[in-house]
Design a protein around this ligand. Sequence first.
Ligand code: ADP
Ligand code: NI
Length: 219
Amino acid sequence: MTTSEAAQVELTKSFVKKTLEHAEGGHDWFHTLRVFNNSMLISKNENVDVFVVALGALLHDIADSKFHDGDESVGPQKARTFLFGINTDSAVIEHVVKIIENISFKGGNEVQKFKSPELDVIQDADRLDALGAIGIARTFNYGGFKNRKLFDPSIRPNLHMTKQAYKASTAPTINHFYEKLLRLKDLMNTKTAHKIALKRHQFMEQFLEQFYAEWDGEK
Ligand code: ADP
Ligand code: NI
């Protein structure tokens, strides 16, 4: 990165930290920072523009539609306005906006309209943060935020939801493991992330096994 690019990354960090001050615990500045750090780690093994990866990682959850009445245009617009204001190169701005528009899982049955090696890296880093101990913590925090049940054996997971159904779902939090989290290891774009995902996946399987054992009571 050039000195000017590094300065833009610093300004972006401050902007995101301030904007996400009151965000839900699983989508706050620390989530963004973990995604940023893992994006930088994965980038070492990929042929990518690190400046684009840095900005995309930092801005990917600047205004998640889940917290904006489902409006998917707020995040990309916020990012565009901010980057324009700090004089980021216009081609970089367009790429970052496309990354933010296309990073989300949305039930896993949507066709992703845009692809780039930079998006691949950030998407992997974002998905890694949905896995393992952190993934479990974030998922139950989100479920609590939405006042969902922990688990209800009578409500089965639904793996074939449309994007609309996925977004509108009020299913118990355990169902999210089957509807998204356990599917992520096979959706990683890079080898580096796939390897880390396998470890985190195994930890979640272990967690679920223990959860069900405790649910049924000690024997
Ligand atoms: P999307 O699934 O639309 O891509 P995110 O990637 O922002 O949304 O989801 C991030 C994290 O938020 C998930 O990995 C999970 O921890 C939590 N989360 C999102 N939707 C749910 C849900 N329906 N139930 C429980 N946790 C959820
Ligand atoms: Ni995210």
